[in-house]
Design a protein around this ligand. Structure first.
Ligand code: 4AD
Ligand code: MG
Length: 441
């Protein structure tokens, strides 16, 4: 039977991963498990591109070399079927990596129906996302998602080496961190609760236990407009540090982005090549401009906005296109910021905060700053912004029990990956994107 679906001891069947096979010696006999990523027949030879978790390898079936039944199976096998392939590794300069597997045995493990993701089927731009459960097997999707995974590994390494403690914060909350407009409300046994927008408030409690903390978890925002940079569910990497100023965290952000991008370039050169992205890690320090300078530059380019407003997306794009590496915008007006931001002691209208912007038009990837650590100042701000004092009582309470000056930031993983990979739309940077128009698959 040329069908292995009854087999259970898979570890015994597989002798190599694809990556090991590509690197193994000539004539080594290998048995691989994987999926049929593509297939073509030329002059009686059947070429299959086999994919496993480690990569792709060309396997070739030929009359007289491949066992007869296996060759018939290769001719029939459908795209994306799972299969076992066995045979010696041969050198062939026409094959990717200069190596191919000369098939002796080819067995189907799970036969796929006709694969729906074809060039002609991709009519509307949403087709691939309607079928994301299948389209994530594409080379580009795999490469982007590997780059994402490597970015995350490198960030964990960065913070751990610097003595930051990883904490986990709740996702069901009653204290809104970033204002009411983007809150997802839910009924919590008769009380109102929200999905978290940021772990920051909880990090601020945790720094009095650990001094330096970081969090990597989902954040939720009911973003009501269709854009190429907003998801409704995204992953945020946040750090908070006691006894630290705004400038300290800007330096930390620079070092983090530098570490992550260097790691990507070192570890993911193949993936960057596959997606056609030329990317070099930016040099530090990153340039810094003020909000006022940003506003003047935008005005010169014909984009006018009031002092105190958020920088509009169009202006952000224009500014970001004029840089070739990330840059900070400092000196944001206090009224454009959330309630916890500390005012600049030199000018009370301005906050001690900044946005880190990616170049090439990608725009904001992180926001950070110093927090109010004094009880009375925070209470006044909560009242002034008409926020429900009860839901911030614990957060205010922290200010009565030894909370020192402290600062922190949050960086959006998908925004970062979008820039590193050069993606038009942020949705490609995550496995199953959630946007205003998409909650499935
Ligand atoms: O600028 P934000 O709103 O800042 C905060 O939430 C702070 N509490 C973080 C902190 O200081 N601990 O969000 C931080 C980052 C943004 O710069 C952006 O990269 C990302 O989170 N982000 C989003 N990413 C995708 N889709 C959205 N809707 C996003 N909203 C924010
Ligand atoms: Mg922000």
């Amino acid at each position: 039977m040329n069908n292995l679906s009854g087999e259970t001891n898979w570890l015994n069947v597989r002798t190599h991963s694809v990556l090991e096979a590509v690197k193994s010696g000539r004539e080594d006999y290998v048995r691989l498990l994987g999926w049929v990523a593509s297939k073509r027949a030329i002059g009686g030879i059947v070429f299959v591109m086999l994919r496993d978790g480690s990569g792709f390898i060309q396997v070739a079936g030929k009359k007289g070399v491949t066992d007869e039944e296996s060759l018939e199976v290769m001719k029939r096998v459908s795209l994306e079927s799972a299969a076992m392939v066995g045979g010696p590794i041969r050198e062939d300069e026409r094959a990717p990596h200069g190596r191919e597997l000369s098939v002796k045995e080819f067995k189907i493990i799970s036969l796929a129906d006709k694969w729906p993701i074809t060039k002609s089927a991709i009519k509307s731009p949403s087709f691939l996302y309607d079928n994301r459960h299948l389209s994530i097997r594409g080379r580009k999707a795999i490469s982007i998602l590997k780059i994402r995974a490597e970015s995350i590994y490198s960030s964990l390494e960065f913070f751990t080496k610097r003595g930051f403690t990883l904490i986990n914060a709740p996702m069901l909350v009653q204290s809104a961190c970033e204002g009411g407009a983007t809150l997802f409300n839910l009924d919590y046994f008769g009380k109102v609760a929200f999905l978290t927008q940021s772990a920051q408030l909880y990090e601020e409690a945790a720094i009095c236990a650990f001094e330096k903390v970081f969090v990597l978890q989902p954040a939720f925002r009911a973003e009501r407009s269709k854009t190429t940079k907003h998801l409704t569910e995204f992953w945020m990497l946040e750090a908070e540090q006691a006894f630290a100023t705004h400038s300290d965290v800007m330096k930390l952000e620079e070092d983090l982005v530098s570490h992550m991008t260097n790691h990507i370039v070192d570890e993911c050169s193949e993936e960057l090549k596959t997606i056609g992205r030329r990317f070099s890690p930016p040099t530090t320090p990153f340039p810094r401009i003020t909000y006022d300078e940003a506003r003047n530059t935008a005005r010169r380019k014909g984009i006018v906005f009031e002092w105190g407003d958020d920088i509009p997306t169009e202006a952000e794009k224009v500014l970001s296109r004029s840089f070739d590496r990330p840059f900070f915008i400092t000196g944001y007006p206090l009224k454009a910021r959330s309630f916890y931001h500390m005012a600049d002691p030199k000018d009370g209208r301005i906050s001690l905060s900044s946005d880190l912007m990616a170049p090439e038009g990608y725009g904001e990837i992180a926001t950070g700053g110093q927090r109010i650590h004094e009880y009375d100042t925070l209470l006044e701000r909560v009242k002034k912004q008409d926020l429900p004092i009860e839901s911030f009582s614990w957060y205010l309470d922290l200010r009565r029990y030894g909370l020192p000056p402290h600062s922190g930031f949050g960086i959006g993983i998908e925004r970062l990956v979008r820039w590193i990979c050069g993606l038009r739309h942020i949705r490609a940077s995550t496995l199953f994107p959630r946007t205003i128009t998409r909650i499935s698959p």
